[in-house]
Design a protein around this ligand. Structure first.
Ligand SMILES: [Zn+2]
Length: 602
């Protein structure tokens, strides 16, 4: 049992070092700069998922469109992409993906430029059919926050297409994307990632009505599908405004590029300009393939396996064994239910990395649990962790913003401490009737918040585990991270509001691992080598079709000013586009995973 457990330190998460944001010459590692080193760290984030694509194809159950004859004129190209856009709308009409918008209001800081002043979070399932509908996962009070936000805007501007918010930006024009309503002007050719595109400027024709798309589209030059839309809608009605948006699609199934990311930004921080509205917002869409294909079989199999393990001896279970099997049953039920609701990623590469960090803590502390600790990745943006049975749910945004592996270990150590201390929650979920609720009701029906006494005990134990681990010498970084979090916590309450577990911060004050907050040097923005926390979305990417999560490999980019740090901030999307079936040979997570694999033999 112990042989597979080995300590893996610095090399584990090459991309987890804060130095990843530093200039290449400051990097002690022998890593050569990646070919796309000219891109910024943010520009290479959210790269196109290069997943095991045959599986996705199997589950797709959307037949690829019939191949069209190669166009010989730009006019024919226009005809093709208009046709394909209608084909996409039709193909996705039965889908109900998860849609999440995370928005940061901005205010000007003399030193740091525009910084978050408040934030808002929306989560729901979007019906891609004719009737635009969005079912919310969040509780009543969160919904009223949404209406407050929209209502708040409403006093100044009427937001169109409410309550859909930002997710309506998935298509240029759902009903009238044609030559009668639009002028299409070819601009140039351009590569987006590996994909060569034809770029067109799109303008609505006079008198074609309000709320028409105005901007630029990128059309890939093999299937002639739109892969990116950048612009706004016009003309706006009186006393109303349309947001600007940059909307990206990914080639996740044969023949179709499906909407995946939308970035939106408003505000002007030049001298003398009064902002009535300034924000940055990321909208992510995933879970296109929820409740489709072979997912049910896969999960049934996991449960059969685990039950077999526990009852290996052909005897009746002892009371303790019975208790453990019961706990595991609850754990499996919860993991299955959250996965089916599109809130938890399927078991994947990122879990191997997280489990290695947990393993490092276990080995050095001589923790030998009856069952190995499993980790699973939450797909939602708010920073949270939770544990149920021996499973730790971890949020990829945390992996994004944490400066290094020690900080990741610190966050995981708290949940590991709950498990070690036997703070088992959720055994009631071993009763299957408790799993029978609608996906939208997940947060009302599942919850793993500990009582304050257990939280305090877990924090104490976590610090103990860390001080006795390979991360003991690096707890200064954890202290810096907690200080940075404290600095931003009052403005980022939506990011820090948990929906399943206990929060890192409450009412603007960091409460998790507060014993470590005093550790390490003082926070100093002017120090460019001090990177206490990273922007959101830089390390983990989710495949919007099958929900698989993996690490992104980004090239190191020099930080030239304090404004480049952008801790906990929303940044634009710039996925590296690839065609379906061409990326399977090079999964982005290889460096870290390879290190983990090599290390296990030690
Ligand atoms: Zn806790």
């Amino acid at each position: 049992m112990r042989t597979w457990k080995a300590i893996l330190t610095a090399a584990l998460l090459a991309s987890m070092s804060a130095a990843a944001q530093q200039a290449a010459e400051q990097q002690p590692s022998a890593q050569p700069p990646a070919p796309d080193a000219t891109q910024t760290a943010q520009s290479s984030q959210q790269a196109t998922p290069a997943t095991a694509q045959p599986a996705a194809a199997q589950a797709a159950s959307i037949a690829p469109p019939a191949p069209s004859p190669a166009p010989t004129t730009m006019d024919q190209v226009v005809t093709l992409f208009i046709e394909h856009e209608h084909g996409l709308i039709k193909a996705l009409a039965t889908r109900t993906p998860v849609v999440e918008t995370y928005l940061q209001n901005l205010t000007a800081d003399p030193q740091l430029g525009p910084v978050p002043s408040a934030d808002h979070y929306f989560l729901g399932r979007m019906d891609m059919g004719e009737t635009v509908d969005r079912k919310d996962y969040l509780k009543e009070e969160d919904r009223s926050m949404q209406s407050r936000l929209l209502g708040g805007f409403g006093k100044l501007y009427k937001v169109q297409y409410q309550p859909l918010g930002f997710s309506w930006m998935v298509y240029a024009d759902r009903t009238d994307f044609d030559r009668e309503h639009y002028e299409f002007r070819y601009a140039r050719r351009e590569f987006l990632g590996d994909v060569r595109c034809l770029v067109f400027d799109v303008t609505p024709k006079p008198k074609s009505g309000r709320g028409r798309f105005l901007g630029r589209i990128w059309v890939e030059d093999q299937g002639f599908n739109i892969v990116r839309l950048n612009g706004t809608y016009a003309p706006a009605p009186r006393n109303a405004m349309f947001f600007h948006m940059d909307s990206w699609r990914l080639n996740l199934i044969p023949g179709y590029w499906v909407p995946a990311f939308i970035y939106s930004e408003e505000g002007d921080f030049s001298a003398g300009v009064k902002n009535r509205l300034a924000f940055k917002a990321q909208t992510r869409i995933w879970g296109y393939d929820l409740k489709k294909g072979g997912k049910d079989d896969e999960l049934t199999q996991i449960r059969v396996d685990s039950v077999t393990d526990e009852s290996a001896a052909a005897q009746d279970a002892s009371p303790l064994q019975a208790e453990r099997v019961w706990q595991q049953q609850a754990e499996d039920n919860v993991v299955e239910r959250l996965t089916n609701a599109g809130l938890l990623a399927p078991d994947g590469d990122l879990d191997r990395i997280l489990q290695t960090v947990v393993n490092n803590l276990e080995v050095t502390n001589n923790i030998d649990l009856p069952r190995p600790v499993r980790t699973r990745v939450l797909l939602t943006s708010p920073l949270e962790t939770f544990s149920v049975g021996n499973t730790i749910g971890d949020q990829p945004g945390l992996v994004d913003v944490l400066p290094d592996e020690a900080s990741l270990a610190a966050v995981l150590s708290h949940e590991l401490a709950h498990i070690v201390l036997g703070h088992n929650l959720g055994s009631k979920y071993a009763f299957n009737d408790r799993m029978l609720f609608s996906d939208e009701g997940t947060y009302q029906n599942l919850g793993f918040k500990h009582i304050p006494e257990e939280e305090t005990a877990a924090d104490k134990k976590a610090v103990e585990l860390l001080k006795n681990s390979p991360y003991a010498q690096k707890l200064d970084n954890v202290g810096l991270f907690l200080k940075a979090l404290q600095l931003r916590a009052p403005q980022l309450s939506a990011l820090l509001t948990t929906h399943l577990g206990n929060p890192l911060a409450e009412n603007g004050t960091v409460i998790r691992l507060s014993a470590l907050e005093t550790q390490g040097p003082a926070l100093d923005n002017a120090k460019l080598d001090q990177i206490p926390a990273l922007p959101l979305g830089g390390r983990v990417k989710i495949n919007p079709w099958d929900d698989k999560a993996e690490m992104v490999k980004t090239a190191p980019v020099a930080i030239t000013s304090a404004r480049d740090k952008m801790p906990f901030e929303v940044t634009p999307f710039f996925p590296r586009l690839i065609r379906y079936g061409t990326g399977a040979a090079a999964p982005a997570a290889t460096p870290a995973t390879a290190a983990a694999n090599n290390g296990t033999g030690n």
